[in-house]
Write a protein that binds this ligand. Structure first.
Ligand code: BGC
Length: 835
């Protein structure tokens, strides 16, 4: 029996604070008919997830389940499983460093193609929060400190995804720019700051690319949780006309208040604060049923868009390109060459001995940690990439340092599944009485159960077994990482027993679980039976659906000086040395911020020592966010490779050997000293972080402070020199118009190359507080050897407006400065904004 249904005409009748917005006014009879078939209970069921990643199907109305998936730099799919592999694209910071919206569109399209391959209806990305402080733990997932550049890239990414029949989900709305106390922190920012900075990329993406979903954040903004916040209504829905589904960040819906607000879908499910409580609230008349109806209609609209309604197939992907080639190309386009003292590119034919040094050279990070993680089929380390590219050279390797990051998985080739005899491990979930509830054969000792069929909540014990045959003799530490109580047995004897307390943040507890280990003497070739037992008792919340465990080893006592000395001796004998430095999974991941911008461990000592031994030392930075590089003036070349995706090593070889350009320019200012950073702290005080600097973040704040960073926003070198030499612009433009600047650039060198043209506005006589200058347009351009090219840069006058209870246009002239970074600005013109 269908319950009350709000007729179409009534949807849109204003009721206090819950009145419909334009995106709800459906004249769409088929969807209204479906809605009319649903009981209140069914409607309420539909707007909380069915499980971790899917929504409820409802056969009666022709609705199948919809599957959503992380992450923005690839698509994991329904399970976190090394057997279900995904394309691992370079991190968002790498993509952004290309400054190339067209590349962002192709990157989004590649994500959509992956999604379609995995049956995923919507990608949970792009992440378009800002790099407010370099300590933010999820920088690698976001694009920039600048709102305009972020907006351009976000819009292009969303377009690339959705043109291929998959929903995109810009996230996290809004002011979710750091991780500390992320579930509860209250970000205080004035309206101008929100509009001009933190909302801007959402605005452009919503109004121009029309995403089918948008994710509300964990944090509160100005005292109200994002899932309950009036910002979901104004500007998102009523001003920008967002007609998609506002999905919550995972577990961010905590109240019925959020049901009254413009929060449409609570994830994950099936439990959640809406359910029966919401049904009762509607029955008691506290929440109008039409409020629920509007959420359901949005969900049904999404279903129709992704082809989940009435058996309609989703549109075929309109665009397919080789994802691996794209990963390699995108990484090069994003690689930022910060120093080059005549060293690069190398002529490979002249290199006989190359010393490759650094932990990250062997175990490179190709992606950041946390929910964005995907399982690539393979990754190419810098060492592998260089060896493949230099078959005739002797390419040596030494670690130089080791960072304590807990146990790492044992190599698959050294593990035998004790049941099948194949490489790998056996995983079993056992009931209280020892009955086997679920069993599977895995190919890696780091398992994350987050979705899928494993009965995490129903099991008493998890057991992981393998026969490990070490390749080398010596003492190591064997152990495990998990949250809770575990035991490791070696050949039936207990080696490690521990109860490990996880971080309070469930995501970080799950994805960066604490680790423990004990020494064990290995003999090469002598197999050991390893059995890890994990007690699954007393699990609550996310813990009933999710768990992670890592079985592995870590080095025993380390002689740091000896490691550096060994690296130095290989460097001294080589023609050139490549030191790959970087962050690790404890530093850059979801759920926590960084405490320091220094490279972890003794990597600075290592670089200094190697540089002293070989002046032709090139340093590669394998990090997703700024790090301090006190030795930067002494190295022959310095290249930021970011988390370069699965083709990272091949790309590095391409760039070092000059078969491609280092196409990247920084999208965030890199400090010389942590103390210099003008906006640094993201530690809440009494649960609050004040964005007191207002509109002055990133290079705007550095310019205002008059402090010199190590590298400005926009920094980066090519293998040739390309300068802007001439600019022409219309003299005036009306509010709302786009002024197109034509910039002539000249390549002074003998090879083709890429440059990024930036346009900044300045208004020294402004009646309002303004940044010293701010980016209003940019465009990448490729210029032939010794040639010139003309590039158009669109400058929307909206980027000259300021927020004063509405977009206000200060009439008169704005100085437009044209160049290649926030401080390299050889050209200027004036644009008058007419009344
Ligand atoms: C993250 C989101 C992510 C979600 C689902 C959350 O912890 O903040 O970015 O999409 O988990 O994995």
């Amino acid at each position: 029996m269908p319950s009350h249904v709000t007729p179409a005409a009534e949807i849109g009748q204003p009721t206090p604070s819950t009145a419909a917005v334009p995106g709800d006014r459906l004249s769409d009879a088929p969807l209204l008919e479906k809605l009319a078939m649903l009981t209140l209970e069914e409607k309420v069921q539909l707007i909380t997830g069915r499980d971790l990643w899917t929504t409820w199907p409802m056969e009666r109305i022709g609705l199948r389940r919809m599957l959503v998936s992380d992450g923005p730099s690839g698509v994991r799919g329904e399970v976190w499983d090394e057997r279900d592999q995904s394309l691992n694209l370079p991190s968002a910071t790498a993509l952004a460093s290309s400054w190339d919206p067209d590349l962002a569109r192709r990157y989004g399209a590649a994500a959509a193609v992956e999604a379609r391959r995995k049956g995923v209806d919507a990608v949970l990305g792009p992440t378009i929060n800002l790099h407010r402080s370099p300590l933010g733990g999820r920088h690698f997932e976001c694009y920039s400190e600048d709102p305009v550049l972020t907006a351009e890239l976000a819009t292009a990414y969303v377009t690339g995804v959705q043109d291929n029949g998959v929903g995109a989900t810009p996230k996290h709305y809004v002011a979710n720019d750091f991780e500390t106390e992320r579930f509860t922190v209250d970000v205080r920012a004035d309206e101008r700051t929100l509009r001009e900075l933190y909302l801007l990329a959402f605005e452009k993406a919503v109004t121009e690319a029309r995403p089918w979903l948008l994710m509300s954040a964990y944090n509160a903004v100005n005292g109200i949780p994002a899932t309950e916040n009036p910002l979901l209504r104004t500007p998102l829905k009523d001003e920008w006309g967002f007609d998609g589904v506002v999905v919550s960040d995972w577990t961010a819906v905590r109240s019925l208040e959020s049901a009254k607000a413009e929060q449409d879908l609570a994830m994950p499910g099936p439990a959640g604060p809406w359910g029966a409580a919401l049904v009762e609230a509607v029955r008691r008349g506290e929440i109008a049923e039409e409020v629920v109806d509007r959420k359901v209609l949005r969900l049904l609209r999404l279903a129709r868009r992704v082809g989940a309604l009435d058996g309609s197939a989703p549109a075929e992907p309109v665009w397919v390109e080789d994802g691996i080639a794209l990963a390699r190309h995108a990484a090069a386009e994003g690689s930022v060459l910060l120093e080059n003292r005549g060293e690069l590119p190398w002529d490979g034919g002249t290199l006989r001995k190359v010393a490759v040094i650094g932990e990250n050279a062997l175990a490179a990070r190709t992606q950041g940690g946390g929910s964005a993680t995907v399982m690539p089929e393979y990754t190419v380390s810098p060492l592998e990439g260089l060896r493949a590219a230099l078959p005739d050279a002797e390419v040596s390797y030494s670690a130089g340092v080791t960072s304590p990051i807990g146990v790492v998985e044992l190599p698959l080739a050294q593990m035998t599944n004790p049941v099948t005899g194949n490489p790998g491990l056996r995983a079993r979930f056992l009931a209280e009485d020892g009955r086997e509830l679920f069993t599977e054969d895995r190919l890696c000792g780091h398992l994350v159960y987050l979705g899928g069929k494993a009965p995490v909540g129903e099991s008493r014990t998890f057991e992981l077994t393998t026969r490990y045959t070490p390749a080398e003799s010596g003492t190591v530490r064997l152990g495990f990482a998990l949250a809770g109580s575990g035991r490791l047995y070696v050949d039936g004897r207990l080696l490690v027993e521990a109860v490990l307390d996880a971080d309070e943040d469930p995501g970080s507890g799950l994805l960066s679980a604490p680790s423990t280990s004990a020494e064990f003497k290995l003999t090469a070739g002598v197999p050991l039976d390893l059995r890890l037992v994990y007690d699954l008792v007393d699990r609550t919340g996310l813990g009933t659906q999710a768990m992670s465990v890592r079985l592995g080893s870590e080095p025993a006592a380390v002689d740091g000086d000896a490691l550096i000395a060994e690296a130095v001796s290989t460097a001294a004998e080589a023609d050139v040395a490549v030191v790959v430095v970087g962050t690790n999974s404890l530093v850059e991941s979801e759920g926590h911020d960084r405490t320091s911008l220094c490279l972890p461990g003794r990597q600075d000592d290592l670089v200094r020592a190697v540089v002293a031994a070989n002046r032709r030392t090139v340093v590669i930075v394998n990090a997703g966010a700024p790090v301090l590089m006190p030795w930067r003036d002494r190295v022959a070349a310095l290249l930021v490779g970011w988390f370069g995706g699965q083709e990272f090593g091949n790309t590095l070889a391409d760039v070092l050997l000059g078969s491609v350009e280092p196409g990247g320019r920084l999208t965030t200012t890199w400090p010389a000293e942590q103390a210099d950073v003008p906006v640094l702290s993201c530690t809440p005080e009494n649960g609050v972080v004040e964005y007191g600097e207002g509109i002055h973040i990133g290079y705007r704040a550095w310019l205002r402070a008059g402090t010199q960073p190590a590298y400005w926003f926009g920094s980066g070198l090519g293998y040739t020199v390309i300068d802007p030499v001439e600019v022409s612009a219309p003299p005036a433009a009306a509010p709302g118009e786009v002024a197109t600047l034509r910039v002539r650039v000249a390549n002074r060198g003998g090879r083709a190359g890429k440059q990024v043209v930036h346009v900044y506005a300045e208004r020294p006589d402004s009646a309002v507080d303004r940044p010293v200058r701010w980016l209003v347009g940019s465009s990448p351009v490729v210029v032939p050897a010794r040639g010139t090219a003309e590039v158009e840069v669109a400058v929307p006058t909206r980027y000259l407006a300021h927020w004063a209870d509405g977009w206000a246009y200060e009439s008169g002239g704005f100085i437009l400065r044209v160049g290649t970074s926030a401080v390299e600005l050889p050209l200027r013109t004036t644009l008058v904004v007419s009344g």
